[in-house]
Design a protein around this ligand. Structure first.
Ligand code: DX5
Ligand code: ZN
Length: 223
């Protein structure tokens, strides 16, 4: 199965987000990853629900709201009303994540749960029956452009051995790391800064080529 690329607009020119989203959609990337940061769960402050609503009405698209916020329960209705299609909360941000995922689903949205690099993947086990998406962070959240912590891909392998639920990775996906991402069995890969370095069509073609040129051999993965 091919890795689906999900663009994050975190590293885009924020004065130009409507045009950026139109360009991404025109390039065939149908789902936009919105990195919502509250200055508390992570230091930066980024986007609120109104931006999602405005982008959706101006440009269309499917929206995946990645809530890096300390009190996700306060944001669920807001993002649902704004038109988010997927809402992902962090395991580390709430004591009752199962309930939050249920709540997201009762709002008619797909429910995701994310874990930071320092969080053991086994913590997701009690969410197998409710999560629509597992988002494995491959950097510590907060900023685009960081190097991938490749050992986090072992968590993807662990999940893929146990569930059919889609697994997404986020952080440091680029032409150097995409092959390892594909080999780990990732279904969806968030790509941020790498998309905004050079011509979008060419970058996408190179990323897809990296994802495909990764056969597993009896001798193990290619170096
Ligand atoms: C990091 C965000 C990511 C980020 C990825 O906290 O959750 O979505 O935008 O950016 P890159 O691809 O540059 O690592
Ligand atoms: Zn993200």
């Amino acid at each position: 199965m091919a890795v689906k690329i999900v663009p994050s607009i975190l590293s885009a020119d924020q004065a130009d987000l409507g045009a950026v989203v139109r360009r991404l959609l025109a390039a065939g990337l149908d789902t936009i990853h919105l990195d919502v940061m509250d200055g508390n769960f992570v230091p930066p402050i980024t986007f609120g629900a109104k931006l999602l609503a405005d982008l959706k009405s101006a440009a269309g698209g499917v929206y995946d709201a990645h809530l890096m916020v300390a009190r996700p329960e306060a944001q669920l209705e807001l993002f649902a009303e704004a038109g988010a299609d997927w809402i992902t909360v962090h395991q580390e941000a709430a004591p009752h994540v199962h309930r939050l995922l249920d709540r997201i689903k009762s709002l008619g949205k797909k429910a995701g749960v994310s874990i930071n690099p320092g969080t053991p993947v086994v913590q997701l086990e009690t969410l197998f029956d409710v999560a629509d998406l597992f988002l494995v962070m491959t950097v510590n959240p907060g900023w685009g452009g960081q190097g991938m912590i490749e050992s986090c891909l072992d968590k993807v392998r662990w999940l893929k051995e146990r569930v059919e639920t889609p697994v997404m990775v986020d952080g440091g996906v680029n032409e150097k790391t995409m092959a390892a991402v594909a080999r780990a069995g990732v279904d969806l890969a968030v790509v941020g800064s790498a998309l905004f370095q050079g011509n979008l069509t060419e970058v996408l073609a190179r990323l897809r080529a990296c994802a495909e040129a990764t056969p597993l051999t009896a001798d193990g993965p290619p170096a």
